[in-house]
Design a protein around this ligand. Structure first.
Ligand SMILES: NC(=O)c1ccc[n+]([C@@H]2O[C@H](COP(=O)([O-])OP(=O)(O)OC[C@H]3O[C@@H](n4cnc5c(N)ncnc54)[C@H](O)[C@@H]3O)[C@@H](O)[C@H]2O)c1
Ligand SMILES: O=C(O)C(=O)C[C@]1(C(=O)O)C=C[C@@H](O)C=C1
Length: 296
């Protein structure tokens, strides 16, 4: 066997994303020879032991990171600073610290001040997931044919970036380097705003049902049902994403509101051309996602 990419990889937060990483490494030992998992919820640690998806489970952050070549933070973005402060003093010289957080400017601001010169941080974000969370939700093909976006900071070395690119390629992903601001704007429109709309539309339908005492949700047809899938995502994760990427999200929400108002005007004035063109654009986007294999 060729030399593995890493000897010891530690996953902090073996939930949906972290446990999918662990499961993939179990299938492909050229990624790492030894995996360690740590979670601040002891029940999650015990369950990861039962699932047997990590070679070692630690119940404290210090032991979990001590000899790791690569530490992956797969925890809610609002917890990144606290955990970085807990682990950096115990990390091995020359080790790589990386993350899977859905926001990048906030995660970098949380981690960068606590780095020491001998730890290299490579910010990363796999654009793959589901509405489920926790260690039971993970699976080894989650990242296949998906993008992993990497947003290096000035102190990130090329060598460490190359290793994290190789890591995500071994996970089955395509990788792309993006600037931090560009990442946060793109994710605000393709991921964060759709979740905001899904949570809001479910709340609107629910309060309408309460107000009118009618059976709005009983007749929820498939259009609404698709929103409920997205709206069933984890509250802690999404609370943290909204607060930590608020500028980009509010900017995209303002643009969306303008476009929704333009559509309302077109409907009011029976502007058939505008309405048809808007719907056709949606169909074109769906078609191109299918062609690019980003939709099953
Ligand atoms: N869910 C998705 O679709 C998705 C996709 C891409 C990236 N992400 C990002 O990846 C990260 C993990 O998301 P997930 O969906 O796997 O979440 P998850 O809820 O499934 O798992 C997160 C785990 O982190 C643990 N945790 C929380 N705070 C901790 C702390 N202080 N110390 C140690 N462990 C802690 C939790 O107990 C939990 O087990 C988040 O930053 C999220 O934004 C999520
Ligand atoms: O597939 C889903 O259901 C997801 O919510 C995954 C999704 C997304 O919005 O596409 C969610 C958050 C991420 O940071 C990346 C991917």
């Amino acid at each position: 066997m060729n030399t593995p990419l890493f000897h010891r990889v530690t996953v902090i937060g073996p939930g949906l994303i972290g446990s999918s990483i662990l499961r993939r490494i179990q299938k492909d030992r050229s990624i790492a020879t030894h995996t360690v998992a740590y979670d601040n919820n002891p029940d999650v640690c015990k369950h990861v032991q039962e699932l047997q998806i990590a070679d070692e489970v630690c119940f404290d952050p210090k032991t979990a990171v001590e000899n790791a070549d690569c530490v992956i933070l797969s925890i809610p973005v609002g917890a990144m600073e606290e955990v970085t402060k807990q682990i950096v003093p115990y990390m091995k010289k020359g080790a790589i610290l990386t993350d899977t957080g859905s926001t990048k400017a906030s995660v970098i601001a949380a981690i960068e001040p606590h780095l020491t010169p001998d730890i290299v941080f490579v910010p990363a974000h796999p654009m793959a997931g589901t509405e489920f969370s926790g260690p039971d939700a993970g699976f080894d093909t989650l990242f296949e044919n998906r993008w992993c976006l990497i947003t290096p900071i000035p102190s990130t070395t090329q060598e460490a970036t190359d290793k994290i690119i190789a890591f995500w390629k071994a996970m089955g992903s395509n990788t792309r380097i993006l600037s931090i601001q560009h990442h946060d704007k793109v994710c605000a429109i393709v991921s964060h705003l759709p979740h905001l709309i899904a949570f809001t539309i479910c709340n609107t339908a629910d309060s309408l049902e309460e107000e009118t005492r009618s059976e709005v949700l009983d007749y929820a047809a498939s259009g609404f049902r698709d929103f409920t899938r997205v709206a069933s995502s984890d509250p802690t994760m999404w609370r943290d994403v909204f607060i930590n990427n608020r500028e980009a999200i509010l900017e995209m929400l303002a643009r969306f509101t303008e476009d929704a108002q333009a559509m309302a005007k077109a409907i009011r004035w029976k502007d058939e051309e505008y309405i048809t063109e808007t719907i056709q654009k949606g169909r074109r986007i769906r078609k191109s996602l299918i062609e690019n294999k980003q939709v099953q």
